[in-house]
Design a protein around this ligand. Sequence first.
Ligand code: FAD
Ligand code: NAP
Length: 336
Amino acid sequence: MTLSVKRQVALQSHHTLGCPATTEYWTEVRSLNELVEACRYAKTHQLNLLPLGGGSNVVFTQPFEGLIAKIAILGKQIGNNQGGKVIVEAGAGENWHQFVCWTLQQGLSGLENLSLIPGTVGAAPIQNIGAYGVELKEVMDKLWAFNRETEQIKQFSVDECQFDYRDSIFKQPSSPWIIAKVAFKLSAKFQPKLHYQPLKQLLDGKSVTPQQVSDTVCHIRASKLPDPSVLGNAGSFFKNPVISLEQFKAIYQAYPEMPHYQAGSHQIKLAAGWLIEQCDFKGLYQGDIGVHEKQALVIVNKGNGTGREVMALASQIAKKVSEQFGVQLEIEPRVY
Ligand code: FAD
Ligand code: NAP
């Protein structure tokens, strides 16, 4: 056995919210063999098994009773050309942003709008990461996942992943799948996607390169989002709610300045950050936990706030938004 399992490991530095918590057992898996070993170890010792990437989309509210397996399977390679698309594969443990930068250095485009999202390649399909008008499902080719119950590897097509808005089959709490490798279909011929206002404002009408789009995305993100290495956070704490046209019309009458976006023919997406701001939470702190001054969708931890305090503030926010707008907010990160 090559697997090294540690006992009682602190989790504060293993997730970006930085709340104090511990795990009973901890291991790092660097290969498929080690992943199999970790799953067998958990089975033999009757432990819950939690795969963890960069910890940028999780909240720990209590000690984790089980085995956390940090997915550190590395490797990336450029494959064949399929119908004008270049297939690129990456191990689940690769850092997402570094992988995006590497694809750009190879002269390949497709991931530039998704620059500077924290976390790993393997976690990117979990909630179908999205930013600035691009979602993972548009650029993914396939992925390979390991079933911890049957110990089989399965190749998933995009359709099989059941991607939705910040969701997939893998985000279900009962999912047995651990993603080991992801393949992307990238392009040597650049077609910029600049329809999100901040990108349009800075770049529209100009002849841009994928690297310039990536640099612009990084610049905008750095100007309004807290850097988790400086201020603990898990990104957007709530999904942007998608509501019916009827419900939208009723709210819009009272709030004609409310930002909104078409989401299919009969649904409207609202900006959760705007709703939270209207409820006066922006910049509000309860001890070390608070709502970011520049983006109300982000709950931050100034230092020693706990996961329970994070969830308590999140409940107050959701309750107030529900009372004021009749809109139910759904938490985006996974809570343990
Ligand atoms: P983790 O937090 O480690 O894990 C998240 C979930 O996935 C957990 O349930 C975990 O068990 C599971 N998991 C992790 N790896 C695997 C695997 N290999 N197989 C199976 N399950 C696995 N998200 C966006 O969509 N768009 C954004 O623009 C965005 N911006 C962000 C900005 C900031 C500042 C922060 C802190 C977060 C942001 N996020 C964003 C959220 C987060 O970065 C993404 O969801 C990211 O993909 C999570 O990756 P991770 O490796 O950190 O996952
Ligand atoms: P923003 O520009 O202040 O816009 C607020 C929200 O409006 C965004 O979340 C976005 O929804 C939506 N929006 C804006 N322009 C749109 C358009 N043209 N069409 C449809 N929807 C539009 O957002 P921000 O907070 O600075 O974030 C910028 C981007 O990064 C967003 O795409 C956001 O999702 C992403 N991001 C995500 C996280 C996370 O943790 N999930 C954290 C930070 C940033 P969408 O969210 O659906 O794109």
